[in-house]
Ligand binder design. Structure first.
Ligand SMILES: *Cc1c(COP(=O)(O)O)cnc(C)c1O
Length: 300
């Protein structure tokens, strides 16, 4: 898996005793570098975990083929990729398992929550048991057993119906929400292009806009100092921008438990990236203010 990701990606595996192996990312879209994966595979490798960063698809054809050659699983972290596509297929539906998040920062939100997409029938029954506290209660509800009991480990991975209703009505307005995000994304792209032409920052590089879900808009400036300065300057003007992530291989927990790893592209880009505000109720004045503030800061 990439080290340039949110902690949930790695926790899912470490909580079950797996050892994470981090792979560097691509300079262009910050996704896992599919050309580096093979060299990291050993006899112990169980799965490749591509993270579709910012809603942009990883090179799934190559990743799936590496996995097939090595007899291992592909588990997609499509947390940011809801409704985005790779060559016409929805992200999260391509590998053996796909994971989605409906955290407040995502395009569609239920506050906290997520979903899993299983592409192999052999996973269905156990998944139902795991999310129902390790019981076969789902079978009981369907009338397939006359009582339910503890059959495996599990937990209560069930979002409440109330939160699901909040999420559902956003799906009913999916096109409207996506259209708004596209509008903000396009305005940022157009407004900041002169800065890229002058070598002051780098804008997102997206090969296939037709499959993109406009999840995130980020800029990459020329140094960490400049990034932090810009973030502070925006904050004083009431604009909340954030950087992410502290690469997992540089985290406190990783350094305490595993041996040193060097991932030059991850280290370089993560120090220079800034994520700009993007939310449904954002209006034209809001995003033009952000653009103006960035232009003023970087031009002086
Ligand atoms: C949001 C996100 C997750 C999931 O976060 P949860 O808080 O567990 O829903 C996982 N991976 C990435 C890349 C994310 O952005």
């Amino acid at each position: 898996m990439p080290s340039y990701t949110f902690v949930s990606t790695v926790n899912a595996f470490v909580l079950r005793g797996a050892i994470p192996v981090f792979c560097d990312i691509r300079e262009d879209n910050l996704n896992i570098d599919e050309n580096l994966i093979e060299s990291l595979i050993t006899k112990k490798t169980k799965a490749i975990v591509p993270v579709h960063y910012a809603g942009v698809a990883c090179e799934m054809d190559k990743i799936i083929s590496i996995a097939q050659q090595n007899g291992i699983y592909v588990i997609e972290d499509a947390a940011q990729g809801v409704s985005a596509k790779y060559k016409g297929k929805h992200l999260g539906s391509i590998g053996d398992i796909g994971c989605f998040s409906f955290h407040e920062t995502k395009n569609f939100s239920m506050g906290e929550g997520g979903a899993i997409c299983l592409n192999k029938e052999e996973f269905f029954e156990r998944a139902e048991i795991l999310r129902e506290k390790g019981t076969n209660r789902s079978k009981f509800f369907r009338g397939q057993v006359d009582k339910y009991t503890w059959v495996d480990i599990g937990s209560s991975y069930l979002p409440s119906d109330l939160l699901a209703a909040v999420l559902w009505c956003q799906f009913e307005h999916l096109n409207q929400i996506q259209e708004k995000r596209k509008q903000i994304f396009d305005a940022y792209l157009k407004g900041l292009l002169p800065l890229q032409d002058n070598g002051l920052l780098r804008l997102p590089i997206i090969d296939d806009l037709s499959g993109f879900n406009y999840h995130m808009f980020y800029i990459i400036v020329n140094s960490e100092k400049e990034r932090n300065g810009l973030m502070d300057s925006l904050r004083t003007q009431g604009v909340y921008s954030v950087f992410h992530y502290i690469p997992l291989h540089e985290s406190e927990y990783f350094k305490k438990h595993y041996s040193v790893v060097k991932l030059p592209i991850t280290e370089n880009l993560s120090r220079r990236l800034l994520r700009l505000p993007m939310y449904y109720s954002m209006n034209t004045d809001h995003y033009f203010q952000v653009i103006d503030s960035i232009i003023r800061f970087l031009n002086t």
